[in-house]
Design a protein around this ligand. Structure first.
Ligand SMILES: CC(C)(COP(=O)(O)OP(=O)(O)OC[C@H]1O[C@@H](n2cnc3c(N)ncnc32)[C@H](O)[C@@H]1OP(=O)(O)O)[C@@H](O)C(=O)NCCC(=O)NCCS
Length: 179
């Protein structure tokens, strides 16, 4: 069957911590396709560690878009630890709302770019969640990706480099539900 290149035809499925072993390889495969031209970067090569780290969180939430039985994109995250809402240091004054969802990673196979798949996944990940805010990091050297998140309602509130070998990231925040 020919692959479908219209996001509306994709099947978006939700997964949790309990599903990690079932979806782990699909996440790694999609990531390898999405970052194919940047896999010489050691940070990108550590992706399986990040999958296990985030997937090991009991609150892990993941959405995967399937075209037939092929995973073509994913988005995942987990509720932020209430005592470690590090983004707050970037806000003055800090908002009263205090439950935050950390949107950790998203990737879409190159063939499915500009189909609406990424928007579908970004929205599906946070839809119906109990948190009031969602936070994510975008490489400051990827302004087009930052613009994409801005188009979905996120705004830059600061910058952060979580690991010495990681990029410098723009910290982006939005209120939930997305409008
Ligand atoms: C981010 C992503 C899901 C968006 O998919 P999409 O909505 O179909 O949008 P596009 O792929 O067209 O990306 C939007 C713009 O960002 C740019 N972009 C996307 N990923 C990029 C990356 N890793 N580095 C630099 N620029 C990137 C694209 O070139 C595009 O630029 P353009 O508008 O000038 O054409 C997809 O591009 C992807 O999987 N990228 C690789 C993984 C990634 O960067 N994830 C985001 C982590 S915060």
């Amino acid at each position: 069957m020919e692959p479908s290149l219209i996001a509306a035809d994709l099947d978006v499925r939700h997964f949790t911590h309990d599903d990690l072993s079932q979806i782990r390889q699909a996440l790694i495969d999609v990531h390898a396709d999405a970052y194919a031209d940047a896999m010489d970067d050691e940070f990108n090569q550590r992706f399986p560690w990040f999958v296990d780290h985030w997937g090991g969180n009991p609150g892990f939430a993941c959405v995967i878009a399937y075209d037939g039985d092929q995973a073509v994109g994913f988005a995942y995250g987990a509720p932020a630890n209430p005592d470690r809402e590090w983004w707050r240091e970037h806000l003055d004054p800090a908002p009263e709302k205090h439950r935050t969802f950390s949107f950790s990673e998203m990737a879409v196979r190159t063939k499915y770019r500009k189909t609406g798949a990424a928007a579908l996944l970004a929205r599906a990940l946070v839809e119906g969640r109990g948190e009031d805010l969602a936070v994510l990091l975008v490489d400051t050297e990827h302004p087009r990706v930052q613009a994409l998140y801005e188009s979905w309602g996120y705004r830059k509130v600061g910058e952060r480099q979580p690991f010495p070998d990681s990029p410098v990231y723009a910290v982006m925040l939005t209120e939930l539900p997305l409008s």
